[in-house]
Design a protein around this ligand. Structure first.
Ligand code: XMP
Length: 430
């Protein structure tokens, strides 16, 4: 890492990520570390220009009062305490720190250089990845989601064909999604990509399964099985790349980086397939991951796509999945996305999709009675997905979407708009 760094030591604040973000927004790289970091661990970090003791109200971790290791105070790093002041630290601030105070600390006291940007990050990572991997091979499960796509692009830049991407199409992807993974990574970026069409296999396993949690479990377990089978076919793989990002590590509050890290491992692969990990996005926040994707030349739609659950359309085709209703979810979702894009709503609404329940209602089509499925539209905004409000959409846009779905999607005779906030409803229907 060539870039200057400010170390934030977590002394029980809930604001660690807020401060880290603020510092990075000022162009200085920052990392959050646990309060009990040792002198050796601190010295092992590159280019540390200063330390922030982030104490919050009471400097408590798990109910116990904490301080950093006393020798840290005598290492000569510029230090600043936020929250409760400390007698040993020269620059102490009692309250939440203001932007100007932070700026003064970074640029005057620590003399940090404002050189944190995605171009430098990519350069650094390419170098680090090459050093870690050498001439060996890396495996990546490439779903086409933001994180795995950015990891893929970064690794392709660093080690080219030494990266083997495996894309498992579980048959529950949105319209055109798997195709775009192949187009972008295989055709445009010339990646070593193994495309596995496992649609039939997943649909077979899911046949007749109604319970949402059971469906999730089956999809998750089958995904690992397919990926494992592909991994066993490949020879000489030493590393597994993962799209782990910073919020996965330091969520908030008193969970220090150290504690959370030990819970984090390779999900579900059997022991003889435990590879060493390559996690180049480990220290990035979500918006930085997107900026990194843009820097690497990934298409806008891939980098800024809305969140999509792992079980995919499987939890939007309610109850026991049938091909007929899955097709209706996929086609109606594509129409909704197209119309949202045309209306500029794709940039405004956090998540939007369609749901097809497993019951029919009576209607008339071409002067004849019909008995077909409804499509439910859902569009929500949220900060953290814990609570959500619905988007108030123009009638004209809703009219257009309804009209198109009723004309273009088979087996559908009714369109409804879900008005429910979370709580009481969840964002997904299952
Ligand atoms: P809910 O429905 O719980 O959704 O309000 C909150 C957010 O989580 C996503 N979600 C999932 N993501 N696997 C995932 O990877 C899942 O099983 C799953 N279930 C819900 C949902 O799309 C929303 O963004």
């Amino acid at each position: 890492m060539k870039q200057d760094m400010i170390v934030i030591l977590d002394l029980g604040s809930t604001e660690n990520t807020v401060i880290a973000r603020e510092i990075r927004d000022m162009g200085v790289y920052s990392e959050i570390h646990p309060h009990d970091i040792t002198v050796e661990e601190l010295k092992a970090l590159d280019n540390v220009k200063g330390i922030i003791l982030n104490g919050g109200e009471n400097r408590m971790v798990d109910g116990e009062a904490v301080d950093v290791c006393p020798e840290l105070y005598s290492l000569g790093y510029p230090m600043m305490a936020i929250g409760h002041p400390t007698a040993k630290c020269e620059e102490c601030y009692d309250e939440t720190v203001g932007e100007d105070v932070l700026r003064k600390f970074l640029f005057e006291t620590c003399k940090a250089e404002s050189n944190w940007n995605m171009k430098n990050f990519v350069e650094d990572q390419v170098e680090l990845i090459r050093k870690q991997v050498g001439d060996r091979k890396v495996l990546l499960a490439l779903s086409g989601g933001v994180d795995s796509s950015v990891v893929a692009a970064l690794l392709i830049k660093a080690i080219g064909k030494q990266l083997v991407c495996v894309h498992v199409n579980h048959g529950l992807m949105r319209k055109g999604e798997s195709e775009s993974v192949v187009e972008v990574f295989k055709n445009q970026m010339d990646a070593n990509l193994v495309y596995v069409d496992a649609s039939e296999r997943f649909l077979g396993k899911l046949e007749g399964v109604e319970d949402p949690e059971q469906k999730r479990k089956i999809i998750g377990a089958e995904f690992i099985r397919v990926f494992e089978e592909e991994a066993r076919k490949l020879e000489g793989i030493d590393f597994l790349a993962q799209g782990t990002i910073y919020p996965d590590i330091v969520e908030s509050g008193t969970k220090t980086a150290k504690v959370v890290k030990s819970h984090h491992n390779v999900g579900g692969l059997p022991e003889d397939l435990q590879f060493d990990l390559v996690e180049p996005l480990y220290y990035l926040f979500k918006d930085e991951v997107r900026a990194c994707g843009v820097e690497l030349g990934l298409p806008h739609g891939m980098v800024y796509r809305q969140p999509f659950p792992g079980p995919g359309l499987g939890v939007r085709c309610l109850g026991a999945i049938t091909r007929e209703r899955l097709e209706a979810v996929r086609e109606s979702d594509a129409i909704l996305r197209e119309e949202f894009e045309k209306a500029g709503l794709d940039k405004k609404v956090w998540q939007y999709f369609t749901v097809v329940p497993d019951f029919k209602s009576v209607g008339v089509k071409d002067n004849a009675r019909c008995f077909e499925y409804p499509v439910i539209l859902r569009a929500v905004n949220t900060i953290d997905a814990m609570s959500a409000s619905i988007e108030h959409i123009d009638w004209a846009v809703l009219d257009k979407i309804t009209d198109r779905i009723l004309k273009e999607v088979k087996n559908v005779n009714r369109v409804c708009y879900d008005m429910s906030p979370k709580p009481c409803a969840t964002i997904e229907w299952e």
